[in-house]
Design a binder for this molecule. Structure first.
Ligand SMILES: *Cc1c(COP(=O)(O)O)cnc(C)c1O
Length: 250
């Protein structure tokens, strides 16, 4: 019997390329490739395309808008995936987002944390969260300023339903990925400080950092989760400012 060659979609090929980049960066940095998880950043990506990447072996995705989580939920419900929220969360979407995600990586306000904690208490549930830090000092991006992060983390301990599992950042965006290194280093230093000063009852924290253009730099600086969209799914129709601007939100 002859077997036909497998038809590999562009997405599968691009995914394989990203996995190879992650492996190579880990090896260069002297890290085990299993220490870095790939998160599919799926904003604007239709469910059929998400499915291809999940079936190719990636069990984690992140969305920026509650509306998109909702729209894609039914089409993806049979897939064994964890979903994280990685966008700007508005307080009127707190109840809704909890229907879809197991982690919110983008916590940068105590009022949102309070609203989440209340809602979680009502349903007797806990939630993993990460603290988003603005390591690039760009006002167009969300996140707590780095020097306020330790106090912010201390304050989050008042919310019993929230479990802090890591720190997240968007590095300085520049055509030269090396420009993001100080952002990533800042996040790693913060993580080390949190652990050294025992601000949390844990000695492990994720570093969610690195995207299509700068994941190698992030891995060199200690990323444990890289969030990749464009390099797997292709260019998006909307500019990122649509997702990252103050006026817009999830
Ligand atoms: C879109 C997005 C990503 C992925 O960015 P790409 O450059 O498309 O890889 C990662 N993190 C966040 C928070 C995003 O909004």
């Amino acid at each position: 019997m002859t077997t036909l060659p497998a038809i590999t979609s562009g997405i599968e090929q691009q995914l394989a390329g990203i996995q190879a980049r992650i492996r190579a960066a880990c090896i260069r940095a002297g890290r085990a490739p299993e220490t870095v998880q790939l998160l599919l950043a799926t904003k604007t990506v239709p469910p059929e395309n998400i499915r291809i990447a999940v079936m190719a072996g990636v069990p984690l995705l992140g969305e920026n808008k509650v509306q998109e989580l909702k729209q894609k939920a039914t089409a993806l419900q049979d897939l064994p995936i964890a979903k994280h929220f990685i966008g700007h969360l508005q307080s009127n979407k707190v109840k809704e987002v909890l229907k879809y995600v197991t982690c919110i990586q983008s916590i940068d306000s105590l009022s949102i944390a309070l609203a989440l904690d209340k809602q979680l208490q009502a349903t007797d549930r806990t939630l993993d969260i990460m603290v988003q830090v603005n390591t690039s000092f760009e006002s167009s991006k969300f996140g707590v300023p780095p020097d306020q992060a330790p106090d912010f983390i201390r304050a989050l301990k008042d919310f019993p339903q929230l479990r802090i599992t890591g720190l997240m950042t968007i590095g300085l965006l520049d055509a030269a990925p090396e420009k993001a290194r100080p952002s990533f280093r800042l996040l790693r230093d913060l993580r080390d400080q949190v652990i050294r000063e025992q601000l949390l009852p844990t000695d492990t924290l994720h570093l969610s950092m690195g995207m299509s253009n700068d994941l190698e730099i992030a891995i060199e600086e200690g990323a444990t989760i890289v969030r990749v969209g464009t390099a797997i799914f292709g260019k998006r129709q909307y500019p990122d400012s649509y997702y990252w601007n103050e006026s817009q939100g999830g």
